[in-house]
Design a protein around this ligand. Structure first.
Ligand SMILES: Nc1ncnc2c1ncn2[C@@H]1O[C@H](COP(=O)(O)OP(=O)(O)OP(=O)(O)O)[C@@H](O)[C@H]1O
Length: 305
């Protein structure tokens, strides 16, 4: 198939039948993914699912075994050299002896329509330590410098591989505020994360990888709804977790004092029996099992491929 046949016109990211094998390891094993301009997409998956490999191939840092990759209809290398793509990788090399301002300045000097180094540093929240040497920074501060370098070309697509690793709570909050400001201008973001809350809070769409393949693709609500079952939370004074686990339809019980959370395969039936057996039950709420349960169900060893 010719590459022109596989390009999805207008897409910020188009991966078609992407395969990347390392010897016998099928790191990416047939991924199709189209991301429209303006989408904020979280890439989730357990360790070794193929997230970083997908990102490396997408950025042109590694050649696919087969399949086609285009960014805005161009090859990754063309898109990156044109300054359309900013990336923040887990192990981006930074020069230890350079200052933050020098480091960001190097990136902003490369591209024609780039931000000034001062503006990229302001947006990434590193201006206050602009004169410090990279070697003297904490892990979280280095991550924010990487973010500044990713913003330097004022890119249309940001690709972030576990961007908030090593950041403290405040650093994360500031990072996501900056990312939101960037995305609010209609630009595209693809980020890999292990923090499901980050996907829930910041992504329009979640792509769940498992063993190099897409196991689920949809909004947080859609994927959360795919987890079979619901959770009943309630207070049931005087009843042990062991007794509650015998209620039909309940598969797991978490308890703290009187407060219990019952994971159910049949919440309607469980609720009826719960109230019939324990009329003292109160403060009852029923909710979907959510993204975490879906993640576990869709990525567990026994999950159907
Ligand atoms: N350069 C390489 N040589 C050999 N195998 C590799 C290489 N890079 C990745 N792999 C293997 O490919 C698979 C996918 O790895 P990858 O780093 O893409 O997963 P990931 O989803 O990013 O994982 P993590 O969450 O741990 O970062 C793993 O089995 C990994 O060991």
């Amino acid at each position: 198939m010719q590459q022109t046949d596989t390009v999805v016109r207008g897409a910020a990211v188009s991966l078609q039948g992407l395969v990347k094998h390392y010897g016998g390891v099928r790191a990416v094993d047939g991924v199709d993914l189209t991301i429209a301009p303006g989408e904020v997409v979280a890439l989730l998956g357990p360790n070794g699912a193929g997230k970083s490999t997908t990102i490396d191939v997408l950025l042109g840092l590694s050649t696919p075994t087969s399949g086609a990759v285009t960014l805005f209809g161009r090859s990754p290398r063309e898109a990156v050299s044109a300054g359309l793509v900013g990336a923040m990788l887990q192990s981006g090399g930074l020069l230890e002896d350079a200052t933050v301002a020098e480091t960001v300045g190097l990136f902003s000097a490369v591209y024609p329509k780039s931000l000034s180094a001062a503006e990229a540093m302001r947006r990434a929240g590193v201006a206050e330590f602009a004169k410090r040497r990279i070697g003297s920074l904490s892990g979280g501060q280095r991550q924010r410098v990487r973010f500044a370098t990713a913003l330097a070309s004022d890119p249309d697509l940001l690709v972030l591989d576990e961007p908030t690793v090593a950041m403290d709570v405040e650093g994360r909050r500031e990072f996501w505020a900056a990312m939101r400001a960037y995305a609010s201008t209609g630009r595209t973001v693809l980020f890999a994360t292990h923090y499901l809350a980050e996907a829930e809070d910041y992504a329009d769409r979640v792509v769940l990888l498992r063993s190099g393949r897409v196991a689920a693709d949809g909004s947080v609500a859609e994927i959360g709804a795919r987890a079979a079952g619901r959770v009943i939370s309630a207070r049931v004074p005087g009843v042990s977790a062991a007794e509650l686990s015998t209620v039909a339809g309940v598969v797991d019980v978490q308890s703290r004092g009187d407060a219990v959370e019952l994971s159910c395969v049949d919440s309607d039936g469980a609720l009826r029996e719960l109230l019939a057996r324990y009329p003292q039950a109160m403060d009852i709420e029923v909710r979907g099992a959510g993204l975490e349960a879906a993640f576990l169900a869709l990525t567990s060893e026994g999950a159907a491929r």
